[in-house]
Design a protein around this ligand. Structure first.
Ligand code: ADP
Length: 523
């Protein structure tokens, strides 16, 4: 049987250990330690100092002492030898007498021990008595177990602080990463869903966490096949290669926007080599893929559309230049007309390409002058009439059709593109009408109507997109880049206007542009 004294000491220490596991904050734990030690040693007050960053010591927890008086006790610990585990406390009683008088308390005896972690002294514990009986060696011995307990508390608290600071730092990095980050467990259930992902997908962390990633971020191929269900690299680990776990696919947001994501997965394994969690770096590569696609389209447009007129010009020029042939005047004139026509086509194409790249680079500025759209339309018709004898042109503008403020060169491009298309997409000829209308005191309209192949309604919203061409045999027979209407729309919108088409497949098309009379005073 342990003597009563030892039993009490054990109970106190047990109590402190329990408090430690219950994660009481450090200052409460140290107060509890002081209180227990003081009870055991028949003391009336106690103090624990801890080492600060600058290596000096400062009070951290106390019992039985007025808080505001604590600095007055500094002489007690100020020159304790921090290297020795048995500090020289020979004149400490004298210092206590001075300090307690200054603090207005009666304390006569003191016992002090260092708090140690390994070889490092991290603080001191002091227990005070207000009566004359000096502390014995046995008292010191009892105090050492409390000093150990206090040192462990401090170390635990520090480790805990370090771990939580590290966790917070990691969370902050994940949360504020510009790329999407998702952490999933081995069953592909989402554990973490960061801010970037929430913003990009429109799905909040609350909605995503706890749900399977293949439901929340269901990636698809451009053909609509689910990447997550057929080729998730977490299920079908790639064989060979660089061992990288990678998936790419299109995510369709609730509002219809499509985002192309590239996911890189890294597996976190535990000591037994089992996968604990998977960190997925989810990067939005939509623009990158679009740029790649555009580059491809541009290359094929350039190689196909530029090559055709160049080879026609070269063929005609070579034939007409043959020395052994004696061409009559009419044949020469015909040949030269073809060369001129093809050169014009090349010129339009190159202008469109340049304008499109200027538009992309943001260098699109209007140069506004007074513009008579009716005159401009007349000139454009006269210009293009020479390129066709299958089409008749009609112009119809009201007498009071107003002069507007617009960019001459750009509006010329708009009309040439619309009229050029009307000719191009009416391979059997017909009438092309250009007519104006004033729908509002400060808005004018101009329309170009043809009797050509028409445009299926499903294509109406796309034909103004860059490089978009209707995908049917009739439309494909005509040469083109899919840039003309894209530029028409950009120019008209830059003027504060809009453009639209009315058309039925096989029954001709009517393109209308609507422009403010003065774009700078648009109401
Ligand atoms: P391009 O004519 O060089 O292909 P555009 O941007 O001018 O490019 O036109 C885009 C597509 O819209 C064309 O490829 C064609 O399919 C369709 N389109 C444009 N104008 C007409 C028209 N007047 N009639 C029928 N289809 C047209």
């Amino acid at each position: 049987m342990l003597p009563d004294f030892r039993l009490r000491q054990r109970d106190y220490l047990l109590n402190i250990s329990r408090a430690m596991t219950a994660r009481l904050d450090l200052s409460s734990l140290l107060k509890l330690t002081l209180q227990s030690a003081s009870d055991m040693l028949a003391g009336q007050a106690g103090l624990i100092t801890l080492r600060r960053n600058d290596n000096s010591f400062a009070p951290y927890a106390s019992i039985g002492l007025p808080i505001q008086a604590l600095p007055l006790f500094k002489p007690l610990w100020e020159d304790l030898d921090t290297k020795s585990d048995q500090p020289d406390t020979s004149n400490i009683t004298f210092r206590l007498a001075l300090a307690s008088r200054a603090a207005g308390v009666t304390l006569r005896q003191v016992v002090a021990l260092p708090l140690e972690i390994g070889l490092e002294i991290i603080g001191y514990i002091f227990i005070f008595r207000n009566h004359g009986a000096a502390f014995s060696e046995n008292d010191q011995h009892v105090l050492s177990s409390f000093a150990n307990q206090a040192a462990i508390s401090v170390q635990n608290a520090r480790l805990y602080q370090e771990v939580s600071a590290e966790r917070e730092r990691l969370n902050a990095i994940i949360e504020n990463s510009g790329d999407g980050v998702m952490i999933i467990n081995p069953y592909r259930i989402i554990q973490t869903w960061n801010k970037a992902l929430a913003q990009q997908t429109g799905i909040s962390a609350e909605e995503a966490v706890g749900r399977p990633c293949y439901e929340i971020l269901n990636l698809q191929t451009s053909q609509g096949v689910s990447v997550c269900h057929t080729m998730c690299p977490l299920i079908r680990r790639p064989i060979g290669g660089d061992g990288r776990l990678y998936a790419e696919g299109i995510y369709h947001r609730a509002d219809g926007l499509a985002i192309t994501y590239a996911d890189n997965y890294s597996l976190q394994t535990n000591a037994d080599g089992e996968v604990g969690q998977v960190i997925a770096n989810v990067r939005d590569i939509t623009q990158f893929r679009e740029a790649e696609q555009l580059k491809q389209t541009l290359l094929s447009v350039i190689s196909h559309e530029l090559k055709t007129p160049v080879s026609i010009i070269k063929g005609y020029a070579g034939t007409l230049a043959r020395e052994d042939a004696n061409w009559d005047k009419a044949t020469l004139a015909d040949g030269l007309a073809v060369i001129e026509e093809e050169a014009d086509r090349l010129d339009r194409l190159i202008t469109n390409l340049l304008e499109a790249s200027r538009l992309q680079a943001g260098g699109f500025k209007l140069c506004l002058t007074d513009l008579n759209l009716a005159d401009l339309a007349k000139n454009a018709v006269e210009n293009l009439q020479t390129t066709t004898d299958k089409h008749q042109f009609e112009l119809d503008f009201p007498e009071d059709y107003p002069v507007i403020s617009g960019d001459y060169e750009r509006m010329w491009e708009v009309l040439t593109n619309l009229l050029g298309n009307a000719i191009k997409y009416s391979p059997d000829g017909g009438t092309i009408s250009v007519f104006g209308d004033v729908t509002h005191t400060d808005i004018v309209q101009l329309s170009v109507r043809d009797e050509g192949i028409g445009i299926p309604s499903a294509n109406h919203e796309h034909i103004f997109d860059r490089f978009y061409r209707v995908d049917n045999r009739l439309a494909r027979q005509a040469p083109g880049t899919g840039l003309g209407l894209f530029l028409v729309k950009a120019v008209v919108e830059a003027h504060g206007g809009r453009v639209w088409v009315e058309s039925t497949s096989g029954q001709g098309s009517t393109f209308t542009i609507e422009l403010p009379i003065d774009p700078q005073n648009r109401t």
